[in-house]
Design a binder for this molecule. Structure first.
Ligand SMILES: Nc1ncnc2c1ncn2[C@@H]1O[C@H](COP(=O)(O)OP(=O)(O)OP(=O)(O)O)[C@@H](O)[C@H]1O
Length: 345
């Protein structure tokens, strides 16, 4: 495998990420890195993927989100050729998954990285690099990218979990693959480890690597991903930019300061979405938090006033990715006939 990326040829879509939202630089053209058409996979009676259509475009960081057992890992394993779909077709850089032409251009960290404990980080990477005919320079490069040079000559068994994960990503970067697949790369890391992994992934994205990343940490995905693919029970129910999902979710998060506080709960409940109302008491100034539609706000304030409740402040906030995610996955029977933009029924 060479450390040079394949030529970008098939071009079409414009940039739609969030890394440089204010940039006026013309959008680079994007090609398809992976394409799923009607892909289904069953394990016994479990429908892990159901008629998945998905196009992964070059140079974007994708966050694959979904509740436990939704099908995220299965989707990533299909790209790697580790799981063969029962139906539908998949291409990875124009090849069938698992074929040498596809694998040569993918770096992956799917489970906890397996390294030889008594060898140093550098020696471990050298073993992997030499097996693939890559020069030692390439080992030095990936150590630099993951900021591991200073600790590279220490034995792997002395590495912290976060350093081990970074070495795992460094191994996945050997050969400079254009597509990087990371399954829960921050799993088990402490907040500092999470923040530093986030920074590395963001930088890789900015340098043009396409990243397909599954995560449970919605705030992390909100911060580093250009696009979000939400899977629920094997179906892709949303595929859009973080910004568009937040803007078009159709809900507003309201924070309401009232007196008497307790009495307002029942009135607010009548105007809230299914998520209901929550009394947030973690400050000296407790408030009610609810999700609703923007049109409901005047009606809600009127109802409070009519009930003799003093309204001190009503603050409208844009829903976070977490709010949107829970809205999408809360209940599959929720009316999907009028999906927000980018959300597939
Ligand atoms: N090899 C397998 N054999 C049997 N069932 C499987 C296999 N792989 C996945 N499944 C099942 O398929 C469904 C989807 O699994 P998958 O691991 O893709 O979900 P996930 O979204 O990654 O979940 P999690 O967030 O819990 O890791 C689950 O019900 C899981 O138990």
């Amino acid at each position: 495998m060479s450390a040079t990326r394949p030529e970008e040829s098939e071009t079409d879509d414009a940039r739609e990420g969030t890394h440089s939202p204010t940039s006026s630089v013309p959008a680079p053209a994007r090609r398809s890195v992976a394409e799923f058409t009607g892909v289904s996979k069953k394990f016994g009676s479990v429908q892990a993927l159901h008629e998945v259509d998905l196009r992964v475009r070059s140079g974007l960081v994708y966050g694959v989100l979904g509740p436990n057992g939704a099908g995220k890992t299965t989707l990533l394993r299909v790209v790697l050729g580790l799981v063969r779909p029962d139906a539908g077709s998949v291409t990875v850089l124009g090849h069938r998954p698992g074929q040498p032409g596809a694998l040569a251009h993918i770096g992956a960290l799917i489970e906890s990285p397996a390294f030889v404990p008594h060898l140093s980080g550098r020696a471990n990477l050298r073993v992997l690099a030499r097996a693939r005919g890559l020069p030692d320079d390439e080992v030095a490069r990936v150590l630099r990218v993951m900021d591991l040079q200073d600790r590279a000559d220490e034995r792997f068994h002395g590495y912290s979990l976060g350093m081990g994960q970074r070495l795992g990503v460094a191994a996945a970067l050997l050969g400079n693959p254009p597509l990087l697949i990371l399954d829960e790369p921050t799993n088990g890391l402490d907040p500092q480890g999470v923040a530093s992994m986030r920074e590395f992934i963001r930088r890789l994205g900015e340098d043009g690597t396409t990243v397909l990343l599954s995560s449970h940490l919605l705030s992390e995905v909100q911060q580093i991903c250009d696009r979000v693919v939400v899977i629920n029970r094997g179906r892709v129910i949303a595929d859009d930019t973080v910004t568009a999902l937040r803007d078009h979710s159709g809900t507003t998060v309201l924070k309401v300061w009232v007196s008497p506080v307790e009495q307002a709960g029942q009135v607010l409940d009548q105007h809230a979405s299914e998520a209901g109302v929550t009394l947030v008491e973690d400050s000296d100034d407790p408030y009610w938090r609810l999700e609703t539609t923007p049109e409901t706000v005047p009606e809600l304030v009127n109802a409070l006033v009519k009930a003799g409740i003093a309204v001190y402040e009503v603050r409208r906030e844009r829903p976070s990715l977490e709010d949107v995610f829970f809205g999408l996955t809360r209940d599959e029977t929720t009316d999907a006939s009028v999906p927000p933009e980018g959300v597939q029924p």
